[in-house]
Design a protein around this ligand. Structure first.
Ligand SMILES: Nc1nc2c(ncn2[C@@H]2O[C@H](COP(=O)(O)OP(=O)(O)OP(=O)(O)O)[C@@H](O)[C@H]2O)c(=O)[nH]1
Ligand SMILES: [Mg+2]
Length: 303
């Protein structure tokens, strides 16, 4: 008998949601960077094992967002993921504060699926935070959720990065997945997203590593063409920035920066696709696109 269910992975920005998803799937599916607010759209990751299938929903970090722009779109993406799952994993960085976590707690109040509280990054206990701190935050969150009528099903202390406690978390979760037909019939399918989405994401992730603090938040990547039948595969992409001044920063002196971005993105994409590619990058200004829902739609961010 087949088993299938959806698990939404939610939490504050930088809690380690995408890292955990990748570690469970055994592949670099969803992009991970050291900067907060990396994931912008929901990404499904499909784990098919024997007769069972879990469809994970990776989500953008929940934060306070101004109305009408990219940040609202991101929080809406996370909120939307809470509508249908069989189970919710609420990921927490133990170094976080209750006050910040309350934004997540408020959203969970309206969700109907059971919640597993997951304290992540436990490989850093004794370093970035103490065991006492992790324990105190666990208790505070359990109480805050319970005060709002959300019963925590169980609590797990894990490290997605070091794969500590992840097998136990998965085992406990399988027990809550109902019998039913798979949601995706091909056991080899890893996501609902097309290859070109992930290619754009790989390029975007390079921007977080190679550009200054703020600029990546003003950047979006769109694939203009993807010619699979040429050898090497030929990919042309546009990096959108919000202002003319940012264009120069992405291109760099004598084009040095864009060259560096292109080279490192190409390596990443080649590893992902398992074949050589040619990558052409252009930089264009789409004025103030992050504060404008219409512009977001234009570059493919819509539901
Ligand atoms: N030490 C440690 N670092 C981790 C762990 N999980 C994630 N990280 C790091 O935390 C940072 C953020 O990880 P992500 O997986 O991008 O976090 P996220 O929750 O998806 O973040 P957003 O997409 O911005 O909401 C990266 O630098 C990761 O390497 C962990 O278990 N241990
Ligand atoms: Mg993420």
């Amino acid at each position: 008998m087949q088993k299938a269910g959806m698990i939404a992975i939610v939490g504050r920005p930088n809690a380690g949601k995408s890292t955990l998803l990748n570690s469970l799937l055994g592949m670099q599916l969803s992009i991970v960077t050291p900067k907060a607010q990396t994931t912008r759209e929901r990404v499904l990751g499909i784990l098919t094992e024997g007769e069972g299938q879990i469809v994970f929903i990776d989500t953008p970090g929940i934060h306070r967002a101004r109305d009408g722009g990219l940040n609202q779109f991101m929080v809406d993406e996370a909120r939307g993921a809470l509508e249908a799952p069989h189970l919710i994993w609420y990921l927490v960085d133990p170094n976080s504060a209750l006050l910040h976590e309350l934004q997540v707690v408020e959203l969970l109040e309206r969700a109907s699926a059971p919640v597993i509280l997951v304290m992540n990054k436990m490989d850093q206990v004794g370093g970035r935070f103490s065991a006492d701190r992790a324990q105190k935050l666990t208790e505070e969150l359990t109480q805050a959720l319970s005060d709002r009528g959300v019963q925590v099903q169980s609590t797990h202390h894990i490290s997605g990065l070091s794969q500590i406690g992840t097998a136990e978390l998965l085992k406990a979760s399988w027990e809550l997945i109902p019998e039913g037909p798979w949601l995706f019939s091909d056991p080899d399918q890893a996501s609902d997203r097309p290859t070109r989405f992930f290619v754009a994401e790989k390029i975007r992730s390079r921007l977080y590593y190679l550009l200054g603090e703020e600029i990546p938040y003003s950047c979006a990547v769109e694939i203009e063409s993807f010619q699979e039948n040429t050898r090497p595969v030929r990919i042309e992409a546009v990096i959108y920035v919000e202002r003319e001044s940012q264009k120069g920063m992405v291109i760099g002196q004598k084009g040095q920066k864009i060259k560096e971005i292109g080279q490192s993105a190409r390596k990443d994409i080649e590893e992902f696709l398992g074949q050589q590619i040619f990558l052409g990058l252009k930089v264009k200004v789409l004025k103030e696109w992050t504060s404008n829902l219409e512009s977001l739609k234009k570059i493919g961010m819509k539901r």
